[in-house]
Design a protein around this ligand. Sequence first.
Ligand SMILES: Cc1cc2nc3c(=O)[nH]c(=O)nc-3n(C[C@H](O)[C@H](O)[C@H](O)COP(=O)(O)O)c2cc1C
Length: 194
Amino acid sequence: MSEVHSENDSRYLQALAERIRARRTTKLFLKRAVSKSLVRDAVEVARWAPNHHLTEPWHFYSFGKQTIAKSIELIRDIAAETKDEKLAEFKAESAAKIPGWLLVTCRKSGDELRQQEDYASCCCAIQNLTLYLSEAGVASKWTTGLITRDQRFFDLLDIDPDEEFVVGLIWYGYPKVLPTQTRKDVGEILTETE
Ligand SMILES: Cc1cc2nc3c(=O)[nH]c(=O)nc-3n(C[C@H](O)[C@H](O)[C@H](O)COP(=O)(O)O)c2cc1C
């Protein structure tokens, strides 16, 4: 690739930077369904994440209607068990408004460094996925709520928790509203050495 950036390149760079800045964790979605083929394309792009030793440690579970319905019930049950019925009802109602559910897991490894690097790759894959969806107008929220650590959730998806762990449950859909966010100034987080 050329080191010299033409005016055109710089427009592409700005568009890429803007896409990265504009991806926002979103909680409220329109009812409109997201096509399966868009999600499949997002998974195809996700797996191009950097990945030491090319272990390809990720797995993506794209939920159908039955799995979503059972997951909502499980969210209700967990909240009732750990909090109270009122919150359980609220959580189930909120979950029922989420159009798209995608679970991302990472293969377990007995080697601590491999495990850490594989988890890092899965996180990069999720970023790829959510940026791709964002470019298509689909917003998302990466969650690691109680359901993602519940044995009943693994049973529902036929996941062996000795083999895989959850990196994130991705809720997605066309956004009702995109929240705003801030970050520290670059000067606070960047050290440039001699
Ligand atoms: C590993 C991970 C776990 C997260 N889990 C949750 C969660 O359980 N609930 C939630 O509301 N947001 C969760 N988030 C989203 C963050 O809260 C969100 O990224 C943060 O508020 C910054 O907002 P932004 O994504 O719009 O920049 C998670 C994000 C990451 C990376």
